[in-house]
Design a protein around this ligand. Structure first.
Ligand code: ZN
Length: 306
């Protein structure tokens, strides 16, 4: 029976466009699954949004994407969050954060400087104050009004610093082929959970606090107690909301992750090749036990597993 779901192609293009602009990634994915015609239109819309975002920082979007593919680097921060949220609430992205491993640091910097005309803006920020920080250094680049930070990690996964101290609302990243949101339910509901490492290890640096304030300012509800962000089941690992217990072990490829794949999967003859160049990371936010009044802690940790 036809419930009228998803027949947005019956509407005029302007109305279709307005509807899409008010949907976040999770709703767009749901709508794309309703009908094949919608899937094509939404694929196109999501792809164009990324191009539009990148075009505000680089002249050659394809060049940036192939550099990201070659180096395994990812774009995170407010620009990645903007692609998860509806276009209608998008603020003009003022800065772009590129995360890269040490092995590809030079290649990324060379691309941005030589191909895109960026120049270093002041000194390289060395993150030496914490021995266990996954963030080795930050290069600040500028081109006129445009600002790009290149965040280098000595870990083998470019995403490591994103998992280490960040609030869940910024645990999103754009790879060459995909858009990944690690806490889709919270991020869709404009909620964010403060990484327990910040209070357990006293690492709320000015940078991270400023980052938090930015999202509070955009109407995000940021909390350090997960139960203030809704119910979750601490015990049942098979429960569909289980990933929202901070004590559960998560991975960048588990069922809780929301991922949109941009390019069609590459095929070689009849064999489908899944491009999984990104190392898989596992993490546990940890922090205080969820039960009210229980101040026992579990360890915050993360590692590269494959
Ligand atoms: Zn829990």
């Amino acid at each position: 029976m036809n419930h009228g779901n998803g027949y947005i192609s019956l509407l005029c293009p302007e109305i279709q466009r307005i509807i899409l602009e008010h949907l976040g990634l999770s709703d767009l994915i749901t709508l794309a699954e309703t009908r094949n015609e919608n899937k094509e239109g939404i694929k196109d819309y999501i792809a164009k949004r990324r191009v539009k975002l990148f075009r505000s920082f680089v002249d050659d979007v394809d060049g940036l994407l192939s550099m990201m593919e070659d180096t395994g680097s990812v774009v995170s921060g407010s620009s990645a969050l903007s692609l998860i949220r509806p276009e209608a609430e998008e603020l003009r992205a003022r800065d772009m954060d590129v995360y890269v491993t040490e092995a590809f640091e030079e290649e990324v910097l060379k691309h941005l400087k030589e191909k895109e005309g960026y120049a270093g803006a002041g000194d390289v920020v060395l993150k030496q104050e914490y021995n266990d920080s996954a963030m080795a250094k930050i290069f600040k680049l500028e081109k006129g009004e445009k600002k790009v930070d290149v965040i280098v990690t000595h870990w083998t996964a470019a995403v490591a610093p994103i998992l280490q101290f960040h609030t869940t609302s910024v645990m999103n990243y754009i790879t060459a082929d995909s858009l990944v949101c690690l806490y889709p339910r919270w991020t869709t509901e404009k909620k964010g959970f403060v990484n327990p490492r910040l209070y357990l290890e006293g690492k709320s640096t000015l940078h991270t606090v400023e980052g938090l304030m930015k999202y509070v300012g955009r109407g995000f509800k940021i909390r350090a107690d997960p139960l203030q962000l809704g119910e979750h089941n601490c015990e049942d690992n098979t429960d569909n909301q289980g990933g929202y217990c901070p004590h559960k072990l998560r991975s960048t490829v588990d069922d809780e992750v929301m991922q949109w794949n941009y390019s069609p999967t590459k095929t070689l003859g009849e064999t489908t090749i899944v491009c999984q160049t990104m190392p898989v990371m596992v993490w546990c936010l940890g922090g205080y036990e969820c039960a009210v009044g229980n101040k026992d802690e579990t360890m915050s940790m993360m590692f590269v597993c494959a």
